[in-house]
Design a protein around this ligand. Structure first.
Ligand SMILES: Cc1cc2nc3c(=O)[nH]c(=O)nc-3n(C[C@H](O)[C@H](O)[C@H](O)COP(=O)(O)OP(=O)(O)OC[C@H]3O[C@@H](n4cnc5c(N)ncnc54)[C@H](O)[C@@H]3O)c2cc1C
Ligand code: SF4
Ligand code: SF4
Length: 356
């Protein structure tokens, strides 16, 4: 039995991939619901055409987990400690007031990331100017009160707002924003008729995203230095172009900032218990140096998109299965009589067990 810690898309996929190898898992999620961040994002389909944002994978994988007899999902549950025992780990879990100890043959950590709100929040007015929000808050508004984006609203997206800022201690790129901003901005435009400008410094290359040009969005290269409140309640951005030309003021109703994806809170401590190190940014390394059966996958190993998170979870599960296969020092328990005949054939097509 393998313990998988964190039931976002990575944890759900790790548990499902282990099941495809015939391995049981206990999937531990500390919050009240599984699916992680992806489960909170809107579908970005436009006129019923899928925009390949990946958000629906959270719901799909959760539905498969709930059907899978080899995966036990525990919500509201946290790992209190873990230590090496009998070739694997003794893991102590806490669910409310009750505690439990399980002996696992391996552990896969998929605790995801912590969004850090813009370091330059002072200059951008985040937290004190109405209308300055993060992309996560824009997602929540779109789901709960989309009418808040009035018809014809002018919206500025500021990419890299929380990332690529050595002075703020986040010198690295968060990788997913160049993918989600155009999809989110176009959905917003479709829902409310908003006109969106996107301030950017560079664009990560996701060819399918930009294949059809800018798709009604206006891209402005440069990092705004400040957001100014205007007398009519709107927000003014002044941004010099790449050549350092005179900043040109533009007025908006909303300014949407992209948060940085930083290491999950508590991830490093879990890593220490399991022998998983961290990289220079504080993200977990994907496997233990000591050869202990501990692995990490998804956004707790670095900023990734949903599809990348799923792919890394699948790879971690395949590697775990190989390590624990016959001939290896410890072997996982394989359930003798699964309640169903195997995974969905569609799933088998794109996600067969990895080669050992
Ligand atoms: C604003 C924004 C929009 C984005 N939009 C997109 C998009 O459209 N498309 C895309 O491909 N990517 C997008 N991303 C990136 C995407 O969110 C990540 O790729 C994805 O969520 C990573 O999944 P994960 O399972 O690794 O982590 P998470 O989604 O963070 O899930 C981790 C899970 O682990 C749980 N957990 C944490 N610590 C513990 C613990 N100690 N014990 C038990 N459980 C724990 C958490 O509660 C959570 O359920 C976006 C990112 C941001 C910031
Ligand atoms: S991938 Fe995204 S846009 Fe496509 S159906 Fe799923 S949630 Fe909707
Ligand atoms: S993914 Fe794009 S917007 Fe996000 S930090 Fe990297 S370059 Fe900036």
């Amino acid at each position: 039995m393998i313990v998988v810690i964190g039931a976002g898309v990575a944890g759900l996929e790790a548990a499902l991939a282990l099941a495809r190898h015939g391995i049981e898992s206990l999937l531990v999620e500390r919050s009240a619901r599984a699916g992680g961040r992806a489960a909170t994002y809107s579908c970005k389909a436009l006129e019923e055409e899928c925009q390949a944002c990946g958000a629906c994978l959270a719901g799909q994988k959760l539905a498969e987990v709930l059907e899978c007899p080899l995966v036990r999902l525990r919500l509201h549950t946290e790992v209190q400690s873990a230590e090496r025992a009998e070739g694997g780990f003794r893991v102590r879990l806490r669910q409310g007031d009750s505690q439990e100890e399980v002996l696992a043959q391996g552990v896969i950590v998929t605790v995801g990331f912590t969004p850090v709100f813009p370091a330059r929040r002072g200059e951008f007015g985040y937290g004190h100017l109405a209308g300055v929000i993060t992309a996560l808050e824009a997602e929540a508004i779109l789901q709960d009160t989309p009418e808040a984006f009035a018809p014809g609203a002018q919206v500025a997206f500021v990419q890299c707002a929380g990332s690529r800022d050595p002075a703020a201690g986040i010198p690295y790129c968060s990788r997913a924003c160049c993918l989600y901003v155009p999809k989110l901005a176009r959905l917003l435009a479709a829902v409310s008729g908003a006109q969106a400008d996107v301030y950017f410094m560079d664009r990560q290359s996701y060819p399918p995203v930009y294949r059809d040009g800018n798709q009604g969005l206006r891209y402005l290269r440069g990092m705004p230095s400040r957001v100014f409140p205007l007398a009519d309640g709107r927000l003014e951005i002044r941004c010099a172009g790449p050549g350092g030309d005179q900043p040109r003021p533009r007025a908006y109703d909303w300014v949407v900032l992209c948060p940085a994806m930083t290491p999950a809170a508590g991830g490093a401590e879990l890593g220490r218990w399991l022998g998983l190190g961290t990289d220079a940014r504080g993200f977990l390394l994907p496997r233990a140096d000591s050869g202990a059966p501990a692995m990490a996958a998804g956004a707790c190993t670095g900023p990734v998109t949903i599809l990348e998170s799923v792919a890394s979870a699948r790879a971690a599960a395949a590697e775990m299965a190989c390590r624990l296969a016959p001939g290896s020092p410890s072997r996982p328990h394989r359930a003798s009589s699964p309640r169903h005949s195997g995974p969905d054939p569609q799933f088998r097509l794109d996600a067969g067990p990895g080669e050992c």
